[in-house]
Design a protein. Structure first.
Length: 340
């Protein structure tokens, strides 16, 4: 059995991955930067390792005895390039160097569709990388650095360019739960999506397989944001969907960015976030899953959203006398495939 280290284990995707690996009896090692978030991992059959991508000694401790690294850690905000580069580029390089020195054989890097500019057609592994956001630029640079280092060290490198990954604990669904989703722009642009459980399965399969290379991935049906929100409201009508003109969203985010910069705090609402929300990047269906011997558990957003709204208590459960949820199994709205 391979010994796997996961970075970013208390993040949205990392937490799902940690749970998935533990459920497969793999006892993963989980790198945790903030001790206050370690409680999220309680109950998992896993080894928690305190550490930071900027602390070389902690990385050296984390990779001892590890066969494979699944790297999700980094500043996951759509901020300026100079803010995200230290963790996404320098931190990733330091982690691979430590892993190579410790004898690790494989490194799986979670990249992003934001390495692409808007595209008229579908993207695939051959599509040129043309980032327009600082976050995407840093991911491209990290891919290039890791590719060179992995080749020199003889480590298998798998780069997975993840799309919009959604799930009940994502930032988007936190807004849904609160009752309001603000969409910056008309939402007609097509983008690829992926349920977080399928993202965890893909990352695990890449770690356990012999596949190497770089590929974008998504489910089988890229959707516009307008269509995504319409499906969400069909299944869970108790939230409001507000569209803002791009110019207004950009102006508001510019003010917020300035304020957060003065406060020396990370900014969630940024001008690059608005630009990213309006990119058109659709991944050609059936990429990477077949190469890793998988099929999506949630091949479309409709099936993924049904799982979120029908299986998660914060969304679906109400006292019976108040139950007006649109998710009724007998109406065929909520197809729930068996978990694997």
């Amino acid at each position: 059995m391979k010994r796997i280290l996961v970075t970013g284990a208390t993040g949205f995707i990392g937490l799902e991955l940690a749970r998935y690996l533990a459920a497969q009896d793999m006892v993963p090692r989980l790198l945790v930067r903030r001790p206050s978030r370690a409680g999220l991992l309680s109950g998992l059959d896993a080894k928690i390792i305190p550490g930071d991508l900027g602390d070389i000694q902690s990385l050296q401790r984390a990779v001892q005895g590890v066969d494979t690294v699944i790297h999700l850690g980094g500043r996951a905000l759509f901020e300026r390039y100079e803010l995200v580069r230290p963790t996404l580029v320098d931190g990733s390089a330091a982690l691979l160097r430590a892993a190579a020195d410790a004898g690790a054989k494989a490194f799986v890097f979670a990249s992003s569709l934001l390495v692409y500019a808007s595209q008229e057609g579908d993207v695939d592994a051959e599509t040129p990388l043309t980032p327009t956001l600082g976050y995407g630029r840093a991911k491209v640079e990290a891919e290039e650095v890791l590719t060179r280092m992995a080749h020199e060290a003889g480590i298998r490198l798998a780069i997975i360019r993840l799309p919009h990954v959604y799930g009940a604990t994502s930032l988007l669904f936190d807004q849904v739960r609160r009752g309001w989703v603000i969409q910056p722009g008309p939402g007609k642009n097509i983008f690829s999506h992926l349920h977080v459980h399928d993202a965890a399965r893909l990352l695990t399969a890449a770690a356990l397989s012999e596949w190497s290379g770089a590929s974008p991935v998504g489910d089988n049906q890229p959707l516009s944001w307008t269509a995504f929100m319409a499906l969400a409201r069909e299944l869970y009508p108790r939230f409001h969907h507000l569209r803002l003109p791009v110019w207004l969203a950009m102006a508001g985010c510019a003010v917020l960015e300035t304020a957060y910069r003065l406060l020396r705090r990370p900014a969630l609402l940024t001008t690059d976030a608005v630009r990213g929300f309006n990119l058109q990047v659709a991944v050609r269906p059936n990429l990477l899953f077949p190469q890793l011997g998988l099929e999506p558990r949630f091949p479309t957003v409709r099936e993924g959203l049904a799982e979120i709204f029908c299986e998660n208590v914060p969304f679906a459960w109400l006292p019976s006398v108040k139950d007006r949820c649109a998710c009724y199994l007998d109406q065929g709205i909520c197809p729930l495939p068996s978990k694997d």
